[in-house]
Design a protein around this ligand. Structure first.
Ligand SMILES: Cc1cc2nc3c(=O)[nH]c(=O)nc-3n(C[C@H](O)[C@H](O)[C@H](O)COP(=O)(O)O)c2cc1C
Length: 368
């Protein structure tokens, strides 16, 4: 292994949790969990990536135990003994390879479409009834409903610890519920959950605090955030660096053990084209462990693939190695490249990049 790769394959101590390297499997929804129960293929699917050299797996989005959490068919949850047993099997398989695994806890908020089964009468829950600016289409949450949901997250975090997960990642990115609170264009509340960055972060802060309270100190609880929203790729939580610093420190002070910053292209600087990216900014602001992500090893970002351009090519990792060697961020998540090639990490370690199987969106359902 050449020196440049040392950082990527060095161990990392995340608040006492030892990770064997810096490679994280990014959370990726599969829609293969009828009735909320991961199918039989799932333990092998995750174990393959762990065997393939990934240090930390973040599961696909797992719906929190709330009537309005789901927005897509066949996503997993934690609500039945059957689902919990499958997750336990997955966790045990991953641990056999000395990899760690976090459960991503997800609530889609207003992305939920009216009439969705199995409870078609349940509307999308949102801060102010908006999913995109200007169009009131969903339910505006009351403070009682906010408090109820905070407890749901905390209870589910506790369940995850009981199942054997090493931590949870609260999904606060991509325009789903928590991000709907962060985004001032659709969070128009005039109470303590809307307005200033402090108020818009309150929901996330209270979820983190409540979840920390219900779990042990060694259990990692972090949050994934993004500036971009699926509703608007140019949207931002804030473009003011002081406010962004404040935002990350609110999450830190609420007890976040790590911050995962979702970029579509990890090499793009947050304020300067060649400067530190969002994860780099978060690390500088808080000193917390940070995860970056976005088109690692690929020539196209994942949004492009959803607009019809299905094939990717493998590209070299020089910029990634440079950023990791400079300790801009601590860990790097890899999404699609790990779907198409479970052995991606080992191939990179062994200098076999030319043997990596490139991602093709047309096969997305067949990657197991
Ligand atoms: C099929 C697919 C499903 C995804 N599902 C989730 C998800 O459940 N939660 C999440 O936070 N991000 C999700 N993402 C985003 C990825 O975690 C990741 O941020 C994105 O794919 C960029 O990484 P990549 O360029 O390495 O693929 C998904 C992406 C893909 C391609």
């Amino acid at each position: 292994m050449n020196d440049l790769k040392n950082a990527l394959f060095s161990e990392y101590n995340m608040n006492g949790l030892m990770l064997k390297n810096r490679i994280v499997m990014a959370p990726m929804t599969r829609n293969f969990s009828p009735n909320g129960v991961p199918m039989d293929y799932a333990p092998t699917y995750y174990a393959r990536r762990a065997n393939g050299g990934v240090g930390l797996i973040v599961t696909e989005g797992v719906e929190v135990s709330h009537r309005a959490a789901s927005g897509y068919p066949n996503c997993p949850n934690l609500e039945t003994d059957e689902a919990k047993k499958m997750w336990e099997k997955i966790v045990n398989e991953v641990h056999k390879s000395k990899s760690s695994i976090f459960c991503q806890l997800w609530h889609v908020g207003g992305i939920r479409k009216p009439g969705m089964p199995p409870n078609p009468e349940v509307p999308g829950f949102t801060p102010s009834g908006y999913v995109v600016p200007g169009k009131k289409v969903a339910h505006e949450m009351s403070v009682d409903e906010i408090n109820e949901l905070i407890e749901v997250y905390a209870e589910d975090a506790k369940i995850c610890e009981e199942i054997g997960f090493d931590g949870v990642e609260i999904h606060g990115a991509h325009g789903y519920l928590i991000d709907q609170f962060f985004w001032d264009k659709i969070n128009l509340r005039t109470d303590e959950y809307g307005g200033s960055i402090e108020n818009r972060s309150r929901f996330a802060k209270e979820i983190l605090m409540a979840s920390q309270k219900k779990t042990s100190d060694s259990f990692q609880i972090g949050i994934r955030v993004s500036q971009w929203k699926q509703q608007d790729y140019e949207a931002k939580i804030t473009s003011d660096s002081k406010e962004l610093d404040q935002f990350f420190n609110i999450l830190k002070n609420a007890g976040a053990d790590f911050i995962h910053c979702s970029n579509r292209r990890f090499w793009e600087g947050e304020f300067e084209p060649d400067g530190e990216n969002l994860a780099g900014f978060a690390k500088k602001a808080t000193g917390l462990p940070t995860i970056s992500v976005g088109s690692v090893g690929l020539d196209k970002d994942f949004i492009k693939l959803y607009s019809g351009d299905h094939k990717t090519q493998t590209v070299n990792l020089d910029i990634l190695h440079k950023k990791l060697n400079q300790a801009e961020f601590d860990l790097i998540a890899v999404g699609r490249a790990l779907l198409s090639d479970p052995e991606w990490a080992n191939k990179v370690r062994d200098g076999k990049e030319d043997q990596i199987v490139p991602f093709d969106k047309s096969f997305v359902e067949n990657y197991v």
